[in-house]
Design a protein around this ligand. Structure first.
Ligand code: URA
Length: 229
């Protein structure tokens, strides 16, 4: 790979900025200042920028405690995106594994490995996702059966897949879904005459949100966590 591309990809700077940094003499290759971007680097090369060793971003797997009021897209004119919270060199190379609404909090997975995220989001795999919902009105015992049977969402023809509803208290429930339709939890409760006032995702597959992560914080997944999917 060319040195200017390596510099851009490992730091997140543009190719133009990388070229300027090279011309300024800020970059060394195996201990020597190199000013030409065309020079080739390989895995054995040691590239330093202002004294710090650079590495290319390999496969990345993270969990974030998504806070309120931010969106899961890479770019949004009206809201902060979840990538604003991440301290990684190239956030635009990452994507979220599925999406949470702007006003949903909780476990969000982030990666640059498309095959891994497909294994989690593919409808065929039926990967369970567990949400804790707070409701405006008291839950009704018959809601449990309605969720298990499948719900007809407004504007849709097909019933939702069987979902598990566990009533925790008068206005709090856990919902387990095996699919991911648009605003699904909120729309399912709307269909049974209730309203979600807070929604938090606790678990995806066998992976739970790390309780040590405050809203907005993220960490790398462990090898064992990556292998859960
Ligand atoms: N269901 C919703 O309504 N919102 C989410 O963010 C996720 C599931």
């Amino acid at each position: 790979m060319r040195l200017d591309r390596f510099l851009a990809e490992s730091t997140g700077m543009s190719r133009k900025e990388a070229t300027k940094a090279l011309h300024r003499g800020d970059v060394t290759l195996n201990g020597e200042v190199v000013k030409k971007g065309v020079v080739q680097v390989d895995t054995a090369s040691e590239v330093m920028f202002n004294g710090a060793t650079l590495k290319l971003q390999g496969p990345t797997y993270m969990m974030m405690h998504k806070p309120l009021d931010c969106v899961c897209s890479n770019d949004d004119p009206h809201h902060l995106t979840i990538f604003a919270y991440l301290d990684v060199p190239n956030p635009d190379k990452l994507h979220t594994v599925g999406r949470l609404d702007v006003d949903t909090t909780g476990l969000l997975l982030i990666t640059n490995d498309g095959q891994w995220s497909h294994r989690i989001t593919s409808p065929k795999r039926k990967c369970p996702k567990v949400y804790r919902a707070e409701l405006a009105d008291p839950l009704q015992p018959e809601n449990v059966n309605a969720f298990a049977q499948g719900i007809k969402l407004r504007g849709e023809v097909e019933l939702t897949q069987p979902a598990k509803l566990e009533i925790i208290s008068e206005r709090e429930a856990l919902v387990t879904l095996h699919e991911g339709r648009y605003h699904q939890v909120r729309r399912m409760f709307a269909a049974v005459g209730n309203k979600v006032v807070a929604l938090h995702r606790e678990q995806v597959g066998a992976l739970q949100l790390d309780p040590s992560l405050a809203p907005g914080e993220a960490r790398e997944l462990t090898v064992e966590e990556i292998a859960l999917f």
